[in-house]
Write a protein that binds this ligand. Structure first.
Ligand code: SF4
Length: 731
């Protein structure tokens, strides 16, 4: 019998272990008679993070591997022309010539690359070396900017370094889970299963869910606080106010291990329960109940995700969560601590490899001269080669295109023509790009329509590399299928361009094991030390948590010694009053739109839209609206609704439900132009971002609603490829 291949699920940041087996005996190489591969997927019981569990996304992950693949490079001169097939040499020569011209005419800062939390760490690392090292521009950003950058900024400012302090075992050791801005049951289902089992089996364990929607997560909570969107800091300060008033704080910890408590305590004076209840739209007793749960828990675990991060004050929200842990000393202990739930499978690995425009590998900063010097020396590059300025963030690449300051855009493994805010503006800017390369596994996609060059990339299952999940667990993911067509690994493509640009010495990698061996040397003695975790080590020892130096052991929890990574070793309180939503509702746009994900779909449906079972599970986009609002507006259940913001409009059927609070509506984020007519949620959202993390407020904007009375069936043609987009294929 064939031994299963052990790997990691390539969807969400929970990072579940999978076992993969070819289906038929006749297909021991994975091939069927039609040349389409079939694989059986099951949970890997030996993977410490998921213990054999797997959700519908992981279970069906092998189904779309052979569908709609980009098989060879394609090119065109302008966006109005059809693509024509090209050779790799032609495509790379054109990219190299264009980069050289731009460097000479406009300078390196006119070059941009936009990558993805779908990358393996090896892909991220080689991209950093090319852009930040060899080309001398920090204009590399990733879609993690839209996802986790507020958590990164919050950890760095409060604790002195990025890195979630907790581990999944804490889900089973806590007395109280405080879930804020995360619908774990749908978006991080296997981590939620571990928590839910513990909650069910132990009567004393409490679960608090803070969410404007009554989600499946909220349904099983002991306390659901349906606060107004954007009022998180008010609630967090209100809990802090009561803990301080009741003396439920850890004074020795505050005195010995933190700084800034006096200023924080002054801010808390302004948040008595009556005021907090008014600001948040809940009852004062609910604020008190939440604070009581915090007070009574020996171990308390906060869990958050996009509802906190995707905010114009995301960093302040993250720090306000961490404040509660610092004032109660509940950090660095089993079952306790602030724990961000990463969105993508390897956004964590991206952070480790320097995959945001302000970072360098090994949790270094581009603004730190010593960090730059260390990396330049290691990469054998001249002193001063790495720019001292943060590069363009994801949205700043769009505004750079608008201003004519970006002459080259290289997009890989992400779909900004669906996922960026203010989509019409985004698309208009993309059309202005003098040359856009789009590197991906699938075709068609919404973003391919804005590219001049398409490069076929291998995806999960076809390339070997590593990914890190939310609990800092690094897993080796082997290649177990051959690349399709002429597809190449992302890192291989970046390295080839680097060599042809004249940096042969910097890109002498024979395989991804070489890439990882080089990268982990840059983590030595850094907070994310994984200098022991080579491909060979991970293959032999299985998934391993960092920090893990060559001399040391894997580390389950951070800060157990209560020493933080700030210059004085103390964690810092951050004192904030909330500024509220960047675009609050008003007379013209009286409703707050909040956005989110569904259990079966992944992001912009590049994979899950091609899986029949998931399409049936979520057949179309919808807008959730409270019965009171629906009645006022004459909107019926299943009736079509136009949702309009200051930037654009979307249309979809209504789900009239008490699960959403009056005054708020909800749309899922998965439907781009490829999968539905006029249902793009980001046609509505705005790009105003947190000033510290530069993460846009994708979670909330002001909208107006109106019923659509039409017999037309053009709206919401869903769950099938839209022919107009498919027709751009001319190869
Ligand atoms: S919970 Fe996330 S990582 Fe686990 S199987 Fe589901 S999608 Fe994959």
């Amino acid at each position: 019998m064939t031994a299963p291949v052990k790997t990691l699920c390539p969807y969400c940041g929970v990072g579940c272990g999978l076992e993969i087996l070819p289906v038929a005996a006749s297909a021991s190489n994975g091939s069927t008679e039609k040349g389409i591969e079939k694989w059986k997927v099951r949970g890997d019981r030996s993977h410490p993070s998921s213990q054999g569990m797997v959700c519908v996304k992981g279970a069906t992950v092998a189904e779309p591997l052979g569908c709609d693949r980009l098989l060879h490079p394609m090119m065109r001169d302008s966006l109005d022309e059809p693509f024509r097939a090209a050779s790799w040499d032609e495509a790379i020569d054109r990219i190299v010539a264009h980069i050289q011209t731009v460097r000479l005419t406009s300078g390196a800062d006119a070059l941009c690359m936009y990558g993805s939390g779908q990358f393996q760490t090896e892909d991220y690392y080689v991209a950093q070396k090319l852009m930040k090292g060899c080309l001398g521009t920090n204009n590399f950003d990733a879609n993690s900017r839209l996802c986790m950058s507020s958590a990164v900024a919050g950890y760095v400012q409060s604790l002195g370094s990025d890195g979630p302090p907790c581990c999944y075992e804490d889900l089973e050791l806590t007395d109280c889970a405080f879930i804020i801005g995360a619908n774990m049951a749908e978006c991080h289902p296997i981590a939620f299963n571990r928590l839910r089992r513990h909650h069910k089996q132990n009567a004393h364990v409490k679960m608090i869910v803070v969410d404007p929607r009554a989600t499946p997560t909220a349904d099983v909570a002991d306390l659901h606080l349906a606060i107004h969107p954007g009022s998180d800091i008010d609630l967090l300060n209100g809990i802090g106010h009561l803990l301080l008033k009741w003396g439920a704080i850890d004074s020795p910890f505050i005195d010995e291990c933190t700084s800034g408590f006096a200023d924080y305590a002054k801010v808390l004076e302004h948040y008595p329960p009556q005021r907090v209840a008014h600001l948040c739209g809940i009852q004062p007793e609910d604020v008190e109940a939440a604070a009581r749960y915090w007070r009574d828990a020996q171990q308390i675990l906060s869990l958050w995700s996009m509802g906190i991060n995707q905010s114009s004050e995301g960093t302040a929200k993250v720090r306000s969560i961490i404040n509660l842990h610092l004032m109660t000393g509940s950090i660095g202990r089993p079952g306790s601590g602030p724990f961000s739930l990463t969105g993508q499978p390897n956004a964590m690995g991206g952070r480790e490899a320097g995959g945001l425009s302000n970072l360098l590998p090994g949790y270094r900063s581009v603004k730190n001269s010593q960090h730059r010097a260390e990396v330049e020396q290691f990469w054998h590059l001249p002193s001063g080669q790495i720019s001292a300025h943060a590069g363009r963030s994801a949205w700043e690449m769009i505004t750079g295109l608008e201003a004519g300051l970006v002459d080259f855009l290289w997009i890989a493994a992400t779909n900004p023509a669906v996922s960026m805010p203010d989509l019409e503006r985004t698309k208009k800017a993309l059309r202005r790009s003098p040359l856009t390369v789009y590197q991906d596994a699938y075709y068609p996609s919404e973003t391919a329509a804005y590219a001049h060059i398409l490069l076929p990339a291998t995806q999960w299952s076809e390339k070997a590399g590593t990914m890190t999940n939310s609990e800092r667990m690094v897993t080796y993911c082997p290649a177990f299928r051959s690349p399709m067509g002429e597809a190449k690994g992302d890192w291989e493509i970046f390295a080839e361009v680097g060599r042809r640009l004249g940096f042969a010495e910097q890109f002498q990698f024979s395989n991804s094991a070489d890439v990882r061996s080089e990268f982990i040397q840059l983590t030595r003695d850094r907070p994310c030390d994984q200098s022991a975790l080579s491909h060979a080590y991970l293959q032999e020892n299985g998934p391993t948590q960092w920090p893990c130096s060559e001399a040391g052991q894997p580390t389950q929890r951070l800060y157990t010694d209560r020493h933080f990574l700030t210059p004085d070793g103390r964690a810092r309180f951050g004192a904030y009053h909330s500024k509220g939503l960047a675009e609050p509702p008003d007379a013209e746009y009286p409703y707050v739109l909040t956005t989110g994900r569904l259990y079966g779909h992944w992001h912009t449906q590049a994979r899950t839209g091609r899986i029949e079972k998931i399409r049936q599970m979520h057949p179309n986009p919808f807008v959730e609206i409270h019965p009171r609002d629906a009645q006022k507006l004459g909107i019926e259940d299943k009736g079509l609704v136009e949702i309009r913001s200051r930037r654009g409009a979307a249309c979809c059927p209504a789900v009239v439900t008490r699960a959403i609070a009056p005054g708020t509506v909800f749309l899922p984020m998965h439907w781009g132009a490829l999968w539905a007519e006029q249902a793009e949620v980001n046609a509505l959202t705005h790009p105003i971002a947190c000033p510290d993390s530069l993460e846009p407020e994708l979670k909330a904007c002001a909208v107006q609603l109106a019923p659509i009375h039409t017999a037309s069936t053009d709206f919401c043609k869903t769950s099938q490829l839209i022919p107009a987009i498919r027709d751009v294929v001319h190869d």
